[in-house]
Structures are given as structure tokens and as C-alpha cells.
Design a protein around this ligand. Structure first.
Ligand SMILES: N[C@@H](CCC(=O)N[C@@H](CS)C(=O)NCC(=O)O)C(=O)O
Length: 229
């Protein structure tokens, strides 16, 4: 049995829609591990029943089934100790990065691009996504992303901790990227794959960092269908 990763995709199976899936696929690429990407869609929860989980990413690595981006990272570092580490030393700061990223970066991006994903889905998937996200936000997705150009400077300001760090070093992992980079990078891959909004146009160090990460596994992220902004 080979290695397989269930990833959330649009109607186009190459268009990976979500941050958590990017974290895991970049982690596998960092470990130089081949994988077959299995396109998964929102309403396909029955396909994940074998993993006892309702969300992706789910990794099948030989006999092992691992769900959740954090557990996948732990599995890869334990099972493949000779490949470059994803977490170097104490994992607690990586947890903090994930928490900051999820509550500030990813939540901010959601309020800017939430209405861009439904058009990339077929009818059934679109109906599920729109209803579940409008329930979550308590309003229409078009209202969530309304006046977004005017809100971009505030979002960019929220990235200041990352900007300051990347002004001094090439990646959050210092000289070479590690799992903290992949966590944040995944959040930027999501809008790149779904939205024409130029999120990072005026944020030089982060834009350059994202370009470096896009290039570090060229057969992977660089080839994903993107809006290129
Ligand atoms: N902590 C979770 C979060 C996973 C998550 O939210 N995955 C998204 C895609 S990246 C998902 O499956 N969403 C399905 C849905 O919202 O119905 C993990 O890594 O397992």
C-alpha cells in the first residue's frame, strides 16, 4: 500500500482549496516523500469514515491512517527521522504559530475571500459550503467580503509580526523553512487558489517568502492552479 493524502479540492481536482491540506502536502514534500493526492470534497464525509474523522487532511501511510494536520506532522517526524525535521526542538512555539495563524491570518483571509470559493464548486458542494459558512458568519458571503479592497490595509497591518520576522531572516525556520512556515504558507495558498484579490501586493517580505516557498518544491505548489496574485 502506498502513501495517500485526502485533500479538499474544487471541481478541478488539482485546485486544492484549503490551508490545512497545504500544511500536510508541504510537510510530505519537505520529507521528500511521494504521495498520491486523493481529491476530496465537502460532502464526502463517508469516504473518511475509515479514519474516524470528518475533515481533511487525512494521510494513509502504508498501514497507518492519520488525521489532523498536527498529528500528521508528528507521524512524519517520528516515522522518517532521517529526512529533514518539520519541528526542530520544542513543539510549543509551533503551536503558538498555528494559533496566531488560525486566529489572525486565516480568519482575516476568510473575511476577504469567503465568497470566492463557491464558484469553484459543483452545485451540491456549493450549496453545502454557502449554507455552512453563512451560518458560521451569520450573514451572506457577499456581505462578509464586501468592501474588501478598503479593508486590505487593516489585514496587511495584522501581518506585522510576520513582516518584522521576515525582514530579518529568510523563513520562520530561520535559514530554511520548517513546519511553522508551512502552516502560514498554507493559509496564503488558499486565497491564491481561489481569489483574484491581490492580498500581498504591498507586503514585500512576505510576498518574497511566499515565492521562495512556492519554489522550494517546484513540482508541487508551483504547479497548482492559482490566480497569481
Ligand atoms: N484541525 C483540523 C482542521 C481540518 C479542517 O478544517 N479541514 C477542512 C479542509 S482544510 C475541512 O475538511 N473542512 C470540511 C468542512 O468544513 O466541512 C485538521 O487538520 O484535521
Amino acid at each position: 500500500m502506498g502513501r495517500q493524502l485526502f485533500e479538499l479540492c474544487g471541481t478541478d481536482p488539482l485546485r486544492v482549496l484549503r490551508p490545512f491540506c497545504w500544511r500536510s502536502s508541504m510537510a510530505l514534500a519537505h520529507k521528500n516523500l511521494d504521495l498520491a493526492s486523493l481529491p476530496w470534497r465537502f460532502t464526502g464525509t463517508d469516504r473518511l469514515a475509515f479514519a474516524g474523522h470528518e475533515k481533511v487532511p487525512v494521510l494513509v501511510d502504508g498501514e497507518r491512517v492519520v488525521a489532523d494536520f498536527w498529528a500528521i506532522m508528528q507521524r512524519l517526524d517520528v516515522a522518517y527521522p532521517d529526512a529533514p525535521s518539520l519541528v526542530r526542538g520544542n513543539p510549543a512555539p509551533y503551536r503558538f504559530v498555528a494559533s496566531w495563524n488560525d486566529h489572525v491570518v486565516q480568519a482575516g483571509i476568510a473575511r476577504l475571500v469567503a465568497s470566492d470559493t463557491p464558484p469553484l464548486l459543483d452545485e451540491t458542494e456549493r450549496a453545502y459550503l454557502v449554507e455552512s459558512r453563512e451560518n458560521r458568519f451569520g450573514k451572506k458571503l457577499e456581505e462578509v467580503t464586501g468592501a474588501r479592497e478598503a479593508r486590505l490595509p487593516t489585514f496587511r497591518q495584522s501581518l506585522q509580526p510576520l513582516r518584522a520576522l521576515l525582514a530579518d531572516q529568510a523563513s520562520t525556520g530561520r535559514d530554511s523553512p520548517d513546519y511553522a512556515d508551512f502552516i502560514i504558507f498554507g493559509s496564503f495558498m488558499w486565497p491564491l487558489g481561489v481569489s483574484p484579490l491581490k492580498l500581498l501586493a504591498a507586503v514585500a517580505p512576505i510576498l518574497a517568502w511566499r515565492e521562495r516557498l512556492l519554489g522550494c518544491h517546484p513540482a508541487h505548489a508551483r504547479n497548482a492552479p492559482c490566480f497569481g496574485a
